[in-house]
Design a protein around this ligand. Structure first.
Ligand SMILES: Cc1cc2nc3c(=O)[nH]c(=O)nc-3n(C[C@H](O)[C@H](O)[C@H](O)COP(=O)(O)O)c2cc1C
Length: 157
């Protein structure tokens, strides 16, 4: 007997995570951004991270052909940014506080960390793809994290 979708979602919602926004460009140089909690460190040498992206998202198509992506680790002040990149919008980047990173992609200001990654590998995994990136540049800042737990945003306290 296998677990139902609801049972699986319910169990996974008990795993508290941080929240990131992944930014990439598609083949037409259009920017894509997606809120992602399925982010993890993979290896120290070389420095690798992974993200799991649902195949139906616009970002999936962009990442499938992307050379680079940035991981923006959100702070407790950035719940609206998380909602913005988790919803459909014709221009998610409109009026956003951001700068251009060393790999030419936007990095979001006000984050706890910005990781600039070179695409290393894509692994097919059910209805998601695991994208692995090698971190080329890392920028870190002070602050508290945005936490996602049981389908809701939380603070540290
Ligand atoms: C807190 C949070 C975490 C999420 N984590 C993921 C994730 O790890 N992978 C994923 O594919 N979608 C995740 N999503 C859903 C995407 O953000 C959502 O489908 C988004 O609208 C896709 O945008 P796009 O189609 O413009 O790329 C998450 C949403 C929220 C609110």
């Amino acid at each position: 007997m296998s677990v139902t979708g609801n049972e699986f979602r319910n169990a996974m919602s008990r795993f508290a995570s941080g929240v990131t926004v992944i930014v990439s460009k598609d083949a037409d140089e259009r920017l894509h951004g997606i809120t992602v909690s399925a982010f993890s460190s993979v290896s120290l040498s070389p420095p690798l991270v992974l993200i799991c992206i649902e195949k139906t998202t616009g970002s999936h198509e962009a990442l499938a052909s992307a050379e680079h992506f940035t991981v923006n680790v959100l702070s407790s002040e950035q719940q609206e940014t998380s909602q913005r990149f988790a919803s459909w919008s014709p221009d998610k980047f409109n009026d956003l506080d951001m700068t251009t990173g060393e790999l030419g992609l936007p990095i979001l200001n006000g984050c706890l960390a910005n990781l600039e990654c070179k695409m290393s590998q894509a692994i097919d995994a059910g209805d998601h793809t695991i994208f692995i990136g090698e971190v080329a540049h890392a920028h870190v800042f002070e602050g508290d994290p945005l936490i996602y737990f049981r389908s809701d945003y939380r603070g540290l306290e």
